[in-house]
Design a protein. Structure first.
Length: 174
């Protein structure tokens, strides 16, 4: 959080942030179009030679190669910052599942297991009127099975009228 970077890494970070910010501006886009325009105007002067074509091909290849790394570096930093903010929110919210803290560090198979759990949670809660009604798959499964049991115990006409108390004792709709 210093104003003046001291190490080579800090200097490179500051430079890459400035370049990334600039390349997303209208001025950068106008500059790129100007370079292509000037190159096209010089075509007749160089008789559209192989060298004339090689200049734009080489220039764009070098810029593209460097921008790939610059963009990836910026995206990595932004993704890390977003993950940290989300981790803070999950950790701070009462009732949120702490298993989601640093979920990005899980294997792809573990992420697929979590995805299936949340897919099931979404399927169970599609008919809920309050989207914050359930906090976990286990809680949703338990609530869903209680609702099914209650529906089977009463007539079909009244099944849509059931009001089920929540865990905190307040009445809730299906």
């Amino acid at each position: 959080m210093r104003n003046h970077p001291r190490t080579i890494g800090e200097r490179f970070e500051a430079l890459s942030e400035r370049v990334t910010r600039w390349t997303g501006t209208t001025a950068a886009f106008a500059s790129a179009i100007s370079v292509v325009f000037v190159w096209a105007l010089l075509g007749p002067v160089f008789r559209y030679s192989d060298t004339w074509q090689l200049v734009i091909n080489t220039g764009t290849t070098i810029v593209t190669f460097l921008m790939v790394f610059l963009i990836q570096r910026t995206q990595n930093k932004d993704a890390l910052a977003i993950h940290l903010k989300l981790n803070e929110l999950v950790a701070a919210l009462e009732g949120a599942s702490n298993r989601l803290i640093e979920v990005e560090a899980l294997t792809e198979n573990d992420l697929q297991v979590l995805r299936r759990h949340y897919h099931e949670l979404a399927a169970l809660s599609r008919h809920e009127t309050d989207i914050g009604h359930s906090h976990s798959v286990e809680e949703a499964r338990h609530r869903h099975s209680r609702k099914l049991t209650a529906r089977e115990a009463i007539s079909p006409e009244r099944a849509t009228e059931i009001e089920e108390p929540e865990a905190d004792g307040t009445p809730g709709n299906q």
